[in-house]
Ligand binder design. Sequence first.
Ligand SMILES: NC(=O)c1ccc[n+]([C@@H]2O[C@H](COP(=O)([O-])OP(=O)(O)OC[C@H]3O[C@@H](n4cnc5c(N)ncnc54)[C@H](O)[C@@H]3O)[C@@H](O)[C@H]2O)c1
Length: 454
Amino acid sequence: MSKHPLTRREFINLSAGALAAASTAKVLLQPQRLFAAGRPVAPSDTIRFASIGTGIRGCEHLEASLRVPGIQCVAVCDLYDSRHTAAQEAVKNPSVPATRDYRSILDRKDVDSVLIATMDHQHRHIFEDACAAGKDVYCEKPMSHLVEDGFAMVDAAHKNSRMVAVGSQRVSSVLYAKAKEIYDSGKLGEVFSINAYWDRNSPSGAWVYPIPPDASEKTIDWNTFLGSAPKRTFDPVRFFRWRCFTDYGEGLGGDLFVHLLSGIHFITNTNEPAQRAESSGGLFHFKDGREFPDLIETLYDYPKFRVTLRCNLNNNGGEFIGFYGTKGTMIIKDNTLSYRPEDTRPEPEGYSIYGWPKELRDQYFQKWHEEHPEPPALGWKIDETGESYATPPGYSDTVDHQANFYSAVRSRKPVVENEVFGNHTSIGCHLANFSYFNKCVAVWDQAGKKIVKG
Ligand SMILES: NC(=O)c1ccc[n+]([C@@H]2O[C@H](COP(=O)([O-])OP(=O)(O)OC[C@H]3O[C@@H](n4cnc5c(N)ncnc54)[C@H](O)[C@@H]3O)[C@@H](O)[C@H]2O)c1
């Protein structure tokens, strides 16, 4: 808006431009956690785990577990028989025992911990049974399917003194650790506005997964899959595309919002649910019988800042979180992180005074320059320059998240994303969906531990 040919800031920026450009070359971060956990682990200290649920995510976990020192998969469990084979292939052990019955795994004394990677509506009862059986639990995100599930799971973990990790793996990422370091340093100033999105544009991104040709009531334990959900006749679409249906999943809230919220809570040291949420969205493209929207946008109120989230299944925008502070802006985009300082050096008013007569304007400038003497030649100093980081090739935050969990199992010191943290971010998903489906503001009632209409 300035009418000056070159403002003081612009002049300073020109002279400092080359320096700033040079300093924003990307720095590849090192996978610190893995290095820390990479010390040899005595065989007696090996943690034996079983995976309950060995579908898409369960198999990813089993593969990742091969890179985590000091752990061993001793059993796998799934309701669909072909996933027994998939799990054995993922863990590169064709003889690892496989079963449909998770209780038989909990009965085993040689199983120290379980990884729950089932559909979301199955998390609670497996989690409660595992805690009661004395197993530590890594539970996939979102921890809860319903608000009341989350509180019951927190109680189960506490009552049985179990170590719990919830599965938004960005919380253990080196990129997010660096983002948190920048946030905690105060370089961003005060952050009142956070904006995040995760957008995809493909049938797979919208969970239109192919149905395997051998899927049938013979190969799948359909009734156990339904669990406490309403009874229905066998429907492979519901089994394989469960994220689309309210009985088993939470749509984009539970699938993607929870990752964004977990990252935001971790970086901003937030350990409470949002106070209120207001959603808009719709089902525009994937009209295949699903019950959730393919676009949702939610505005959240937290005590010290506001958050806007969006998930759009009709444009490939990728994954993004922006923190907009009074002194700087920090952007996480996919596997990169950048920080850019705001230019907060004093500058004379350059806009409204052009509605003043020249004489008054000149007086203003004279006074301003007397109060803000310019530094001597070569004395221009740039306090802050931009920063830019990326994860190294082949980096896996899932490996680091597992490594953190198994460190906690050994040390009995809780991880950041424990059951309380996981409950809070899950509530964020439920707030978004409550607002969307009820077309109202969703308010978190802390005393009543429930969502109410605002
Ligand atoms: N952290 C991440 O990045 C990430 C990525 C994908 C999925 N997830 C989460 O992982 C979980 C699983 O998702 P997915 O994509 O692997 O789903 P999926 O449908 O591919 O696999 C789920 C499996 O759980 C099994 N299962 C359900 N109930 C069971 C029970 N009682 N006993 C044994 N097995 C049971 C099913 O047979 C199925 O094979 C979900 O909570 C999801 O939100 C997390």
